[in-house]
Design a protein around this ligand. Structure first.
Ligand SMILES: [Zn+2]
Length: 64
């Protein structure tokens, strides 16, 4: 028995076990990834009380 640590991660959306090397880590699937994205989007909607000018791009946000 080698001490292979199989750390179990959980999909933040459906709580299913996710392999670290999963393609959509930390999500179990692309579907859950999209669902999570949608959640963040709706969170933004909830805070939409007063308009905040945050449209400025942060410096150093370069995509590799
Ligand atoms: Zn999931």
């Amino acid at each position: 028995m080698t001490g292979q640590t199989t750390l179990k991660f959980r999909c933040p959306v459906c709580r299913k076990g996710v392999q670290r090397e999963a393609e959509d880590f930390p999500f179990c699937s692309a579907r859950c990834r999209i669902i999570d994205l949608g959640r963040w989007a709706s969170e933004d909607y909830r805070i939409a009380g007063e308009p905040v000018s945050q449209s400025e791009q942060q410096p150093g946000d370069e995509s590799y």
